[in-house]
Design a protein around this ligand. Structure first.
Ligand code: C2E
Ligand code: CA
Ligand code: CA
Ligand code: CA
Length: 276
């Protein structure tokens, strides 16, 4: 059995080995990047039914020195796998809270919320509640302006623990949104147990809302169900006026997408606020 185990190591194909090498290489460059301030938050506007900007989703960007920038879909999964998402996610939360605090003195910005993505791995840590509390206390940010976006992957294990952790965080005044809704495999009964404030309709349903009657039906059902559960609804990936009108007709009142603005550096986001 020992021999078999040793031989098994050689079963890695050159492609698999290359993938492993590039992953650990990315881990090292990411670790250094965190030390050298190579990460930035971009902000994408979130809009209400009157077209007003009510906040932004904070989206992580990585600009490695001497290298082309790397997309979140490339580095976030690696960060999750190797555990770097913990310090990285903490940095995101602290940076977002500092931004909320900085907006507090200006009447044009002090009502704005920031939505932060939280990976299941972060939420599964025992210390997560304390980390959120510390980020809020250290920055002095108003907790009710911080929104945490989760995905259905949090439901894969320990639902009771997750629910309890969420409830503790809600006591601070922080709210929760369920991201990518409709794409996961969770049952509605589980969903009902999560103390959510908002559901975010995944962009894949919004994209074909006009051309695919099934997507239109799903969007309608999500909105109706969420509202009857007392949840707010936001649609992501809104790119056209006609998608917006469709969503409005179905009763959706919050929107995010290229129609209103792409994720952008903070300076640009603040300029956008002044223009409106
Ligand atoms: P997500 O949370 O679902 O974020 C929405 C993604 O859709 C963003 O991609 C955004 O740029 C893109 N998007 C927004 N509006 C439109 C639109 O109208 N059309 C199209 N085609 N796309 C749109 P991005 O920034 O590349 O982020 C990808 C994913 O990476 C995010 O998906 C999220 O899962 C993850 N991510 C980003 N930042 C963080 C972070 O700070 N922490 C964690 N854990 N994950 C993050
Ligand atoms: Ca998100
Ligand atoms: Ca999403
Ligand atoms: Ca997504």
């Amino acid at each position: 059995a020992k021999d078999a185990g040793r031989n098994a190591i050689r079963f890695f194909s050159p492609e698999m080995q290359a993938a492993i090498d590039s992953r650990s290489e990315m881990e090292t460059t990411m670790r250094n990047g965190l030390l050298h301030n190579e990460f930035q938050l971009f902000y994408q506007p979130q809009i209400d039914i009157d077209g007003e900007i009510i906040g932004a989703e904070a989206l992580l960007r990585w600009f490695p020195r001497d290298q082309e920038s790397v997309l979140p879909i490339q580095f976030i999964p690696v960060a999750e796998e190797v555990g770097l998402i913990i310090p990285l996610g903490l940095w995101v939360m602290e940076t977002a809270c500092a931004q909320l605090k900085a907006w507090e003195n200006d009447p044009r910005t002090r009502h704005l919320k920031i939505a932060v993505n939280v990976s299941a791995r972060q939420l599964r840590q025992l210390e997560f509640v304390k980390q959120v509390q510390d980020a809020l206390e250290f920055s002095g940010a108003n907790p009710s302006l911080l929104k945490l976006e989760l995905t259905e992957s949090v439901l894969l294990e320990d639902v009771d623990d997750i629910v309890e952790r969420m409830q503790q965080i809600k006591l601070f005044g922080v709210t929760f949104s369920l991201d990518d809704f409709g794409t996961g495999f969770s049952s509605l009964s589980y969903l009902k147990r999560l103390p959510l404030d908002q559901v975010k309709i995944d962009q894949s349903f919004v994209r074909d809302i006009h051309t695919d009657p099934n997507d239109a039906a799903i969007v309608r059902a999500i909105i109706a169900m969420s509202h009857s559960l007392g949840l707010k609804v936001i649609a992501e990936g809104v790119e056209t006026k006609s998608q917006l009108n469709f969503l409005k007709n179905y009763g959706c009142a919050h929107f995010q997408g290229y129609l209103f603005g792409k994720p952008m550096p903070i300076e640009e986001f603040e300029k956008l606020l002044k223009r409106i």
